[in-house]
Ligand binder design. Structure first.
Ligand code: NDP
Ligand code: 2IT
Length: 464
C-alpha cells in the first residue's frame, strides 16, 4: 500500500504540469478547477503505469469540453414583462456514448458550475457500466416563486434553441436542481413540436409518455444502496442508525424513503433557508408531508415545525464558519442539496460526533479540506458523489434503453438493475483503489476506474 506522500509523488511531474496548465487556462472557473484537481490528483499511479496516456495527451483532451453552447433565453412573465436568461449546454465527452447529464435551473448557474458538473458526469457515467458520455446544461433562471405558466414559457424558449443541439443519439438531457417532472414535461412537449419526432431525447419523462419507473427514486435510492454496500464490507447495516440528510428535493426525499426501507432513522431535511431536526425521526407520514410541501405546494422546509412540534428549525446563518446541520449527532450523513455544503469544520464536527458513513447524493458537496478530514479518519466510509449518486443517471440510461426498444420494464426489474449497478460501481471503485495502491479509498478508486474506461476508449478512437 502506498503512503500518502508516495501517492502524491506518483506521476507527479505530469500531474503537476497538467494541474498547472488547467490553472492557467481555467483559473477563472473555480468550481471546474476544484473538480478537475480532485480527479487529476488521484491519477498519478495511473500515468506511471500507462505512459501511453501521456503521449496521447488524454488528460489535456479530457479536461477540454468537446463543445460548449451558450444562448439567450428570452421569455415573457405573467405581468407582460420581457425577461432574459442565459442558457448553456456543455457537451463534454462522447468517448463512450451520447452526451448525457442533467439540466440545472438555479440563479447560481455559471459556465464554471456546468463545466464542473459535466466533468464529474464523464467519470460517473463511465462507472454506471452503461454507454453514456458526459454533459450538463442549464440556466440561471430561478423557478422559485414563478407560476406554472411562467415556467412553461421559460422551458419552451429554452428548448427552442437547445433542440437543434440534442437528439436521442447525440445528447440526452435530464433533470437536476430546479428541473423535475414539470420542467421535463414542458421541454419534451416543445422538442416534439419542433422536431416533429417522439423520441427519447430527454430522460425523467412521465411514465405514460416514455419515462422509466424508478427514475424519480433512483438517485436517492442508489445513494443509500451505495452506503449499504460500503457498510457491507465491514459487516454493518444501516438498521437503527440515525442519519442526517441535507436538501429536501428529489434526491433528499428518496434517500430518506430508502433509509426508512432499511430501518434507519432519518432526522433532518434542509433547504437554502435552513434545516429541520426531528429527534423523533422522520417516518413515512412525515416524509409524505415533506413531498407534498416541496413538490406540490412548493413551500419551505421551515413549515415542517408548524406541524411537527417536537422538531426544531434552524435558519442558515452565513456569518458562521460552519453549518450547524452537520453538528447534529448521527451515524450516517447523506448530503443531497448542492456543491460545497460541507467544509472542513463541518466534516470535523461530523466525525467528532460519531459519523461513520458519508454517501454523497449531491455533486461535490464536500470541499477538498472536508474530504481530507473524512479520509484521514480511518474508520469513516466516504462515498464520493460520482460513485454514490450515479444511480440517477444509470436509470436514465435504462430509460434510454427502454425508449429504444419501445418497451417499459416493471418497477421491480428496474430497481433490481439499479441495485446491481450500484454494487458494480462499488466493486469497480474498490478494485481500482486496491490495484492502484490505495485500498479502501473510494475517491481514488472511482476516479481511476472511471478515467481508465474513458482513456482507453479515447485511445481507441484516435486523436479526436
Ligand atoms: P432539487 O431541485 O429537487 O432539490 C434541491 C434541494 O437542495 C432543495 O432542497 C434546495 O433548497 C437545496 N439547495 C439547492 N441549492 C442550494 C443552495 N445553494 N444552498 C442550500 N440548499 C440548496 O434538486 P435535486 O434533489 O435533483 O439535486 C440535489 C443534488 O443532487 C444536486 O447536487 C444535484 O446535482 C445532485 N444530483 C441530482 C440527481 C438527480 O437525478 N436529480 C442525480 C445526481 C446528482 P431550495 O428549495 O431552498 O432551493
Ligand atoms: O448529476 C446527475 O447525474 C444528474 N443530474 C442526472 C443526469 C441524468 O442524465 O439523469
Amino acid at each position: 500500500m502506498l503512503t500518502t506522500t508516495e501517492k502524491k509523488q506518483a506521476g507527479s511531474t505530469y500531474v503537476n504540469d497538467a494541474l498547472a496548465m488547467i490553472r492557467e487556462r481555467d483559473g477563472h472557473e473555480p468550481e471546474f478547477l476544484q473538480a478537475a484537481e480532485e480527479v487529476i490528483s488521484s491519477l498519478g499511479t495511473v500515468f506511471d503505469r500507462h505512459p501511453e496516456y501521456r503521449t496521447a495527451k488524454v488528460l489535456e483532451r479530457v479536461t477540454e469540453p468537446e463543445r460548449v453552447i451558450q444562448f439567450r433565453v428570452p421569455w415573457m412573465d405573467d405581468f407582460g414583462e420581457v425577461q432574459v436568461n442565459r442558457g448553456f449546454r456543455v457537451e463534454f465527452n462522447s468517448a463512450i456514448g451520447p452526451y448525457k447529464g442533467g439540466l440545472r435551473f438555479h440563479p447560481s448557474v455559471t459556465l464554471s458550475v456546468l463545466k464542473f458538473l459535466g466533468f464529474e458526469q464523464i467519470f460517473k457515467n463511465a462507472l454506471t457500466t452503461l454507454p453514456i458520455g458526459g454533459g450538463k446544461g442549464g440556466s440561471d433562471f430561478d423557478p422559485k416563486g414563478r407560476s406554472d405558466t411562467e415556467v412553461m414559457r421559460f422551458c419552451q424558449s429554452f428548448m427552442t434553441e437547445l433542440f437543434r443541439h440534442i437528439g436521442p443519439n447525440t445528447d440526452v438531457p435530464a433533470g437536476d436542481i430546479g428541473v423535475g417532472g414539470r420542467e421535463i414535461g414542458f421541454m419534451f412537449g416543445q422538442y416534439k413540436r419542433l422536431a416533429n419526432e417522439f423520441t427519447g431525447v430527454l430522460t425523467g419523462k412521465g411514465f405514460h409518455w416514455g419515462g422509466s419507473l424508478i427514475r424519480p427514486e433512483a438517485t436517492g435510492y442508489g445513494t443509500v444502496y451505495f452506503a449499504a454496500a460500503m457498510m457491507g464490507v465491514i459487516n454493518q447495516t444501516l438498521e437503527g442508525k440515525r442519519c442526517i440528510v441535507s436538501g429536501s428535493g428529489n434526491v433528499a426525499q428518496f434517500a430518506t424513503e430508502k433509509l426508512l426501507d432499511m430501518n434507519a432513522i432519518p432526522i433532518t431535511f434542509s433547504d437554502s433557508g435552513g434545516f429541520i431536526h426531528d429527534p423523533d425521526g422522520i417516518d413515512r407520514e412525515k416524509l409524505a408531508f415533506v413531498m407534498d410541501l416541496k413538490n406540490v405546494r412548493r413551500g419551505r422546509i421551515s413549515e415542517y415545525v408548524d406541524k411537527y412540534k417536537n422538531a426544531e428549525y434552524t435558519a442558515i446563518d452565513h456569518a458562521l464558519d460552519h453549518n450547524p446541520l452537520w453538528n447534529v449527532p448521527a451515524y450516517g450523513a447523506f448530503p443531497s442539496a448542492t456543491q460545497n455544503e460541507i467544509n472542513g469544520v463541518d466534516a470535523k464536527n461530523l466525525v467528532s460526533n460519531g459519523c461513520k458513513v458519508v454517501a454523497e447524493g449531491a455533486n461535490m458537496p464536500t470541499k477538498p479540506e472536508g474530504i481530507d478530514v473524512f479520509q484521514d479518519a480511518s474508520d469513516v466510509l466516504y462515498g464520493p458523489g460520482k460513485a454514490a449518486n450515479a444511480g440517477g443517471v444509470a436509470v436514465s440510461a435504462l430509460e434510454m434503453a427502454q425508449n429504444s426498444m419501445r418497451y417499459q420494464w416493471s418497477r421491480e426489474e428496474v430497481d433490481n438493475k439499479l441495485k446491481e449497478i450500484m454494487q458494480s460501481i462499488h466493486s469497480q471503485a474498490s478494485d481500482a483503489a486496491q490495484t492502484y495502491g490505495s485500498p479502501g479509498d473510494y475517491v481514488s478508486g472511482a476516479n481511476i476506474a472511471g478515467f481508465r474506461k474513458i482513456a482507453d476508449s479515447m485511445m481507441d478512437q484516435g486523436i479526436v
